[in-house]
Design a protein around this ligand. Structure first.
Ligand code: SAM
Length: 295
């Protein structure tokens, strides 16, 4: 290690006594494991992880020797007091998840809440997260978005969340496992309509990474023909609300602009549908009305 890096590692990399570090780990590609994350994991007293065998293999690949404690949704409430006791003694704890950022769709949130309440410091060492990685690559609006994680499986809870999602105007991010993907796509199609923009990120950061879009109907067709395999994050376009006269002319202007730049009418409409969340049919009807008004 050169002097500069050494300086950074001592002054900025930590770790410090009595702190809980939330450490991001790769969601597939091991090249995304940050030097700072590896440094901290090599220097903490204890690493709390969902699956000690799974995380043990990851750490072994990087020659990180550590004291692992299992911390998952079935034992988190019994483990929290033990971890708080260690922090009180000045031990340094790292929390990692099977993949990605701890605290996103795992029990990390409860430990963070309890740690802050007990007066200890919490520091996050950022790393990959499937939700934000899928969002920024989706081509859907990123200015305002919301995260639903896994939808409930209980029929009543699921129905009510699906109704909320169908009305949501912001882009919505959803996690789903491969064997439940088709059912989720059918449910979304039922409440949002098959024209609603949807981009599905499969196997992010891995060799077989792919994006499947661009509407619920198209994605459903694709995965009915190609069995879902791997990990999936769905990015759903927001609900389109009644738009005013001013917005109509804005939409037409946007489509015209793309056409003057050389795009075909259908490509321009597709792009604006993705950008705004308006359905392609609606945009076609706007363009037809506009064309008719000139004849
Ligand atoms: N903590 C993780 C994060 O920061 O993204 C999420 C954990 S959650 C238990 C696991 C879900 O995240 C998967 O079922 C899938 O929906 C999504 N996911 C994780 N890795 C992914 C990947 N490489 N590609 C697409 N989605 C992924």
């Amino acid at each position: 290690m050169d002097t500069k890096t050494d300086y950074i590692s001592k002054k900025q990399f930590g770790p410090s006594a009595g702190v809980l570090y939330l450490i991001g780990t790769p969601i597939g590609n091991l090249g995304d494991f940050s030097p700072r994350a590896k440094h901290l994991l090599s220097n903490v007293s204890v690493i709390a992880c969902e699956d000690t065998r799974y995380s043990g293999q990851l750490l072994k690949k990087f020659q990180i020797k550590a004291n692992l404690i299992s911390f998952h949704k079935h034992n988190n409430f019994e483990k929290i007091p033990k971890l708080l006791n260690l922090l009180k003694k000045g031990e340094i704890i790292a929390l990692i998840t099977d993949a990605g950022l701890p605290g996103i769709s795992d029990p990390g949130e409860d430990l963070v809440k309890a740690t802050i309440k007990a007066g200890h410091k919490v520091i996050c060492i950022p790393g990959p997260c499937a939700a934000t990685t899928a969002l920024v690559a989706s081509g859907l609006p990123t200015q305002r978005f919301c995260f639903e994680g896994f939808l409930p499986t209980k029929s009543k809870d699921r129905k009510s969340i699906l109704n909320v999602i169908s009305q949501e105007e912001r882009t919505t991010i959803i996690y789903e496992s491969p064997h439940k993907l088709i059912k989720l796509l059918e449910d979304l199609s039922h409440v949002c309509g098959e024209e609603r923009p949807l981009q599905v990120a499969r196997e992010l950061t891995k060799i077989h990474e792919e994006q499947v879009g661009s509407t619920i109907g198209e994605v459903l067709k694709h995965f009915s023909e190609n069995k879902p395999r791997g990990e999936f994050t769905l990015v759903l376009g927001g609900a389109y609300k009644e738009i005013e006269e001013k917005s109509v002319s804005e939409l037409i202007k946007k489509i015209n602009l793309l056409q003057t730049k050389g795009q075909s009418k259908s490509d321009a409409i597709k792009a604006i549908a993705n950008e705004t969340g308006c359905s392609k049919n609606f945009l076609y009807s706007l363009m037809h009305e506009k064309d008719d008004s000139y004849t």
